[in-house]
Each structure stands twice: as structure tokens, then as C-alpha cells.
Ligand binder design. Structure first.
Ligand code: MF3
Ligand code: CO
Length: 257
């Protein structure tokens, strides 16, 4: 697929999709606490998305059975909501997608459940900061590779496992558009020397692990876990390239970026 450049009119629609996602993530921040089931989070998210007049992006995507992804502790991404109850000390990633007038927004946060240990607090904070480092590198005429490098340069020295199998992506009329955006700079970079232009939209989404970078998929066909079962965190934003830098389309009210 080609890399799409959106018109200002299309970008306004993407902003609306992004803001629906942002509202859902803010709601998840209120709902996540010990005792809540991941399915309750799923239902609340679906209700809010539809109440905003938007469509749920994930349900039915490649057969995905639920409305959002909820990934607990060693689960990296694509955890399927269930009757599992969150417990004090867990760490939970919530990934949300919405579609408005044919355009997608996609974002994720990782939240502590009650009081978590120091390593988990650090993992959450640093994964968010890795995303923000990537976002800061988004501007016209920057190379996409510089965005990947910004994320890697933040995360690597801190010793985290940087997940390689799952990557950020272009986004627009499809949830996953070209280019692929690795969270590190591989020897053979998928997008070559791609230069960013105003109107491009990128979903940046670093996944960092306390231990190994290696992951595997459980028998449910979706849930991605770390091979060593140590904890993982994931943050994602949908970011537009603008004439003078970038705009975070999924930015939450009051979120400092
Ligand atoms: N949100 C994921 C991404 O960032 C996609 C989830 S697809 C689903 O690319 F089917 F698992 F929902
Ligand atoms: Co995504």
C-alpha cells in the first residue's frame, strides 16, 4: 500500500476519531482499579465509542472478538477482554481504536492497578517517555528512521527489551497503512529513506519489556506475551505531521506532551 497524505478536511475527521479514542482512554483511567473485570472495561469502551457516534475499530478486525485490547502484566498487546479481575499490583495496557466517517484513530495507554512495584512504575513511565521521544521527532522533512531512532535511543540505554515483532504504522482510511514504523532501527529499515510530509498520519506505539524482547502468541491466537513472562508496557498515539511539526490527534484533555 502507498503512504497517504491527507487533506485538511480529512485531517479534521481524523482529529474527531482521535478525540473519541482519547475520551475512551481517559475513561479507562477512571475505571481501572482492583476488582474490575477486563470485560467491564470492554463494555464501557464500546458504549462510549458508539455514544460518540463513532464505530468500534477492532471488533471483527481479522476476526478479533472484542471491542478493545486489554493486556495484563506479561501480556504485551492484543489481550482479549474476559471475566478476569484486575488485582492490586497488576499493570494493564488498554488499546482502543475508533472510526469516524471512514477514518481511524488508534491509541493505547498502560496503567497501574492500585499500588505497583518500583520496576513497574519505571517501566510505565519510560515507555510513555519513549513514545513522547518519538513524537518529538515527527516534523516535515524529518526521516521516518529518525522517529524510530528517537524511540530506540530513549529505551535501549535503560536496558528494556524492545519488542520487534509489532510496530507502529501509518493510519487513515485503513487502521494499518504504510509505512511500518519499528521502535528501533533495523539494519534493513522497512520504509527506506522515507521523508515525512505534512498530511501524513502515523500511529507510534513502543512496546517495552522488563526482560527479554522476545514474544510469543498464546493458543487463543491473539494474546501476545513475553517469552520470559516478565512485564511489558505499551503506549500509542495517532500523530499528524503538520506544516510546523506535529499534532497528537489522540491527545487526552490535560495530557502534557
Ligand atoms: N491497536 C492495534 C494496533 O495498534 C491493533 C489491534 S487489532 C485487534 O495496531 F484486532 F487486535 F484489535
Ligand atoms: Co496501532
Amino acid at each position: 500500500m502507498r503512504i497517504t497524505v491527507k487533506s485538511p478536511r480529512e485531517m479534521e475527521i481524523m482529529r474527531r476519531a482521535g478525540q473519541v479514542v482519547a475520551k475512551v482512554l481517559a475513561l479507562m483511567g477512571e475505571k481501572v482499579r482492583p476488582g474490575v473485570t477486563t470485560e467491564e472495561l470492554d463494555r464501557a469502551a464500546a458504549e462510549l465509542i458508539r455514544g460518540e457516534g463513532a464505530e468500534v475499530a477492532f471488533k471483527g478486525y481479522l476476526g478479533y472478538p472484542k471491542h478493545i485490547c486489554v493486556s495484563v502484566n506479561e501480556e504485551v498487546v492484543h489481550g482479549i477482554p474476559s471475566d478476569r479481575r484486575l488485582e492490586e499490583g497488576d499493570v494493564v495496557g488498554v488499546d482502543v481504536g475508533a472510526k469516524v466517517e471512514g477514518y481511524y484513530g488508534d491509541a493505547a495507554v498502560t496503567l497501574p492497578v492500585g499500588k505497583v512495584d518500583e520496576d513497574t512504575r519505571r517501566l510505565i513511565r519510560d515507555t510513555r517517555q519513549a513514545l513522547l521521544a518519538g513524537i518529538k521527532a515527527v516534523r516535515p522533512n524529518a526521516r521516518l528512521k529518525d522517529v524510530s531512532r528517537a524511540i530506540e535511543s530513549y529505551a535501549r540505554p535503560k536496558g528494556y527489551g524492545i519488542v520487534e515483532e509489532y510496530v507502529g504504522h501509518g493510519i487513515g482510511k485503513a487502521m494499518h497503512e504504510d509505512p511500518q514504523i519499528p521502535n528501533y532501527v533495523p539494519k534493513s529499515y522497512p520504509a527506506g529513506d522515507l521523508v515525512l510530509l505534512p498530511g501524513m498520519a502515523l500511529a507510534l506505539e513502543p512496546m517495552l519489556n522488563l526482560g527479554t524482547a522476545q514474544v510469543e502468541t498464546l493458543d487463543d491466537g491473539w494474546t501476545v506475551v513475553t517469552k520470559d513472562r516478565r512485564r511489558s508496557a505499551h503506549f500509542e498515539h495517532t500523530v499528524a505531521v503538520t506544516a510546523d511539526g506535529h499534532e497528537v490527534l489522540t491527545r487526552m484533555d490535560g495530557e502534557e506532551i
